[in-house]
Design a protein around this ligand. Structure first.
Ligand code: FO1
Length: 313
């Protein structure tokens, strides 16, 4: 019997495991919740990067080099925007632009973000898997750094993660609510496992955990909660996770990530390179290959995590 899975996912790293789960589970067995703390308004458009990374990745149309934006993209809009003196620090490809324009039009007409994403996922042919934003309410990840209090995209793209991070806050998370009926489904045991994908815990997962009803729902989840470490042998696979951990004074290790999730998780998955740290963990642990470079890697990790989850039920 295949497990029914709720996967919590940030950007590129998390979306890789979401794709693995999407391809190994039968239709109707996977709900993916995407981080919206990276969202921002740019050129008057409502941009939801992690949501779009999940949609494009599951639809097989994501840019394979960057992990964000579209494959086979063209950049006429950006070239012409530059000609008329517009801001080009945040690159919007011609195909990607349609997603932002249409999402913005629908939001302005009163449609809710989770309804828009549900329709987009259907139109992108993501059959059988539900894709949800963590909330329809605006939550913004703010990076408090030596260069000031920065919006996520300012920190991540404009300043290329160079600022020294002192603290991260999640604006208006306290007032935000989960989208749709996912928390009711979780409470009513519609899911057999909750998987926290290997995204940056501080930038991509914490915005969701900062929403009180999400944190409480996971704390009281009837299904086991399993996190996968984004740190392998003291390094981040991609992005600023290791740098941020150092700057926050946190040990750059899988154990530190497990401690961050603390009482929320029932199981933790580390890379085989970190098998020796399992004795330091206070939760059930699995050591396996967690580096995902090919689709087969993503599917294999998904299978390993599902088998591990089944032993925790
Ligand atoms: N990341 C960059 O480093 N440079 C960009 O120009 C850029 C544009 C962009 C456009 C749409 C989109 O959905 C994502 C984009 N990203 C870009 C990635 C974005 O910063 C995400 O927040 C990261 O992937 C982290 O989750």
């Amino acid at each position: 019997m295949s497990l029914r899975v709720l996967a919590l996912c940030g950007g590129i790293g998390g979306a890789k495991l979401a794709l693995g789960l999407h391809t190994v589970l039968p239709p109707g067995h996977l709900t993916v919740v995407a981080n919206t703390g990276d969202d921002f308004e740019h050129l008057g458009l409502c941009i939801s990067p992690d949501v779009d990374t999940v949609l494009y990745t599951l639809a097989g149309i994501a840019n394979p080099q960057t992990g964000w934006g579209r494959a086979e993209e063209t950049w006429h809009f950006m070239a012409e925007l530059e000609r008329v003196g517009g801001p080009t620090w945040f690159q919007l490809g011609d195909k990607d632009l349609a997603t932002h324009v249409e999402r913005t039009r629908r939001l302005r007409s009163g449609e809710r973000l989770h309804e828009i994403i549900d329709d987009f996922s259907r139109r992108f042919g993501i059959a059988g898997t539900v894709v949800l934003p963590m909330s329809n309410d605006s939550v913004r990840t703010i990076v408090h750094a030596d260069q000031g209090n920065l919006g996520f995209q300012d920190y991540f793209v404009a300043r290329r993660c160079a600022p020294i991070v002192q603290r991260i806050s999640y604006q208006r998370a306290e007032q935000a609510h989960a989208a749709g009926t996912v928390l009711q489904q979780l409470a009513e045991s519609h899911f057999d496992a909750v998987i926290i994908c290997p995204s940056n815990p501080y930038l991509s997962i914490q915005p969701l955990l900062a929403i009180p009803e999400w944190h409480s729902a996971l704390q009281h989840s009837p299904a086991p909660v399993i996190a996968i470490s984004p740190i392998i042998a003291g390094n981040a696979v991609k992005g600023p996770t290791a740098k941020i951990m150092r700057e926050l004074g946190v040990d750059v290790s899988a154990v530190a990530v497990a401690r961050h999730y603390d009482e929320l998780i029932d199981g933790f998955v580390v890379d085989e390179a970190d098998a020796n740290c399992m004795a330091q963990l206070t939760v059930r642990a699995l050591a396996t290959r967690t580096l995902m470079q090919t689709l087969a890697d993503k599917q294999s990790l998904a299978q390993q995590v599902l088998q591990f989850a089944a032993t925790l039920r």
